[in-house]
Design a protein around this ligand. Structure first.
Ligand code: GTP
Ligand code: MG
Length: 163
């Protein structure tokens, strides 16, 4: 977390964490951008907030008028490679950071929960084969993702256990 975040910014971020309604989330993000201290140490965070404002605004606008309806982000990922592996876990637990590290994806990593909104595939090389790693939104009782079970249908059944 960058230093010198103002109380106003912290309040806006707290509101963002609590908000479940997309419009409330957008308002909180705008407030975060307005109140974040503008200096080098917050460059990444500012860019991330701007990116999320853009994504959420587009999501709220819905399909663009005058053209073909947007199909939206893919909720089911076509399996590639030796196996398709899902990254599942609670909010803010480092799923996207792991995905980015193992696959080189540009998965969004941020110091607050519910950053990942849609499945993101990436290929992870291992010796002479590739596994497909799918980054997913967090699993949490207060923010269920209705389509998640459908996304998992294409994943290879496996579980981690101690040797
Ligand atoms: N100390 C430490 N921090 C980590 C590690 N992995 C991730 N983080 C930090 O934890 C925060 C959350 O990381 P994300 O990768 O966005 O977590 P996530 O599980 O994808 O979060 P959601 O998409 O919101 O579910 C970020 O601030 C990361 O920098 C780790 O191995 N060690
Ligand atoms: Mg994530």
């Amino acid at each position: 977390m960058p230093a010198n975040l103002s109380p106003e910014y912290k309040a806006a971020e707290a509101a963002f964490r609590k908000a479940r309604d997309p419009r409330e989330r957008l308002d909180s993000l705008r407030e975060m951008l307005r109140t974040i201290p503008k200096h080098k140490g917050t460059d990444h965070l500012q860019a991330d907030i701007k990116h999320r404002i853009k994504e959420l605004s587009e999501e709220l606008e819905g399909p663009r008028k005058g053209g073909a309806a947007r199909s939206g982000p893919a909720l089911v990922i076509r399996p590639e490679g030796a196996a398709q592996i899902a990254l599942l876990g609670p909010p803010n637990s480092g799923k996207s950071a792991l995905h980015a590290r193992l696959t080189g994806s540009g998965a969004n990593v941020a110091p607050y929960p519910f950053t990942t909104q849609y499945p993101e595939p990436g290929m992870m090389p291992h010796e002479d084969i590739h596994f497909e790693l799918v980054d997913l939104p967090a699993i949490s009782p207060e923010h269920p993702v209705p389509w998640l079970a459908g996304t998992l249908q294409t994943c290879t059944p496996c579980c981690a256990r101690n040797a």
